[in-house]
Ligand binder design. Structure first.
Ligand SMILES: [Zn+2]
Length: 381
């Protein structure tokens, strides 16, 4: 099927044209200094690409780097040239890098944030061991709770707007509950928090408990929003794909019939040799003409999705902090867990490799230590 060959779906579910093969000698692809730098995190690359596209930048992935053409004000805000490779040594995209801070600023600069607190008069005192098989499962391990303490932590409810543009347009809002310090997606938090009588802080009276650095939270929130957007857009994406397939099939059929008709017309006795030659050339040109038509269709039904943070509610909440001793084969480590009174559950953890949210935790041995992984990362050893 030509449609399937001409279109690929990237990891974000976005339907994309195949990347052009760029053979520009100025490309720093083989630049030894660039390859010596620490590769950018795929999540940060994806987040950066989305932010830049939202701000009208043109972005292309090149391995571990992004090649970007930026509008002047965006380049100025990020303190980079208008044409730039992001993710190389000169412009590293790493947690804590100033460039990432500026990208976060760009992503959240216009997002209104409100601050509040939720105080629970009573927090769960016991029965946590049972939750270690119910809310969070440590596979191939023995775990037990060794410490429980009242504590405080912060959550964010992030409101994200998605817009899919293709032959048609579709948009909507998503709400995500995130544990700020880990970036984990806390299911149901976005629905349950208003029932917990939050009290909002007046501007200028926000206590200093809220973390200043939110790169991880926002990057994780945008990534999770991407997954939720794909679900929300499943019907839309399927419909665009169906229409593309239909139009491509019609185009094939049209050119098939046209070719056959023109071929049959060649035997007409009243044609001059010149006219016959002209028609032969036309027939030879049909596949090229059809390819152009099909490429146009692929362009027409290409789906571009943009995600924008629209609002954030940050909540300071009193929680139970647990310390759990974990034993996997001969190795031991402790893990800290949060019991969340809003959801009445233990919060999920994040994979220590890909930062994805996990409730089933697969321990992986690395340099005599236990790494907590999601199933996909654990298969990579
Ligand atoms: Zn992972």
């Amino acid at each position: 099927m030509i449609a399937a060959r001409n279109l690929t779906r990237n990891s974000s579910g976005k339907i994309m044209r195949p990347e052009p093969v760029v053979e520009d000698a100025t490309m720093p692809m083989n630049n030894s200094s660039a390859s010596a730098s620490q590769p950018a995190d795929p999540e940060i690359l994806s987040f950066t690409g989305k932010i830049l596209e939202y701000h009208q930048g043109l972005v292309e992935m090149h391995g571990d780097m992004l090649h970007a053409l930026l509008p002047a004000p965006v380049a100025e805000a990020l303190d980079v040239p208008e044409e730039v490779y992001l993710g190389d040594e000169a412009h590293p995209l790493l947690y804590g890098a100033p460039l990432l801070d500026r990208l976060i600023g760009l992503a959240t600069g216009e997002v209104p944030v409100v601050y509040g607190r939720i105080d629970f008069p009573y927090l769960k005192k016991e029965g946590f061991d049972r939750l270690l098989t119910q809310d969070v499962r440590f596979l191939d391990s023995q775990v037990r709770v060794v410490n429980r303490a009242d504590s405080r932590t912060t959550y964010m409810v992030l409101v994200v707007h998605y817009r899919a543009m293709s032959d048609e347009r579709k948009e909507g809002l998503l709400r995500l509950g995130l544990h700020e310090s880990s970036g984990a997606l806390v299911e149901e938090l976005d629905k349950l928090w208003p029932e917990c009588r939050p009290q909002f802080f007046a501007s200028g009276q926000v206590p200093p408990h809220f973390p200043v650095h939110l790169e991880k939270t926002i990057a994780s929130g945008m990534l999770q929003a991407q997954g939720l957007t794909e679900l929300a857009l499943a019907d839309f994406l399927a419909s665009m794909k169906r229409r593309l397939t239909r139009d491509v099939t019609n185009t094939w059929e049209y050119y098939d019939a046209l070719g056959a008709e023109m071929q049959a017309g060649l035997v007409q006795p009243n044609l001059t040799e010149e006219q016959r030659q002209e028609r032969r050339l036309k027939i030879e040109g049909l596949p090229r003409e059809m390819k152009v038509k099909i490429d146009d269709l692929a362009q027409k039904y290409q789906v571009r999705v943009t995600l924008t943070g629209r609002a954030a509610i940050r909540l300071l909440v009193n929680v139970v902090q647990l310390v759990v001793d974990m034993k996997h084969r001969k190795l031991k480590r402790s893990v800290s867990l949060t019991w969340n009174p809003i959801t009445s559950r233990l919060d999920p953890l994040t994979c220590e490799r890909c930062q994805g949210t996990i409730r089933s935790i697969q321990p992986v041995e690395k340099n005599n230590q236990i790494v907590l992984c999601c199933p996909a990362c654990s298969r990579r050893g």
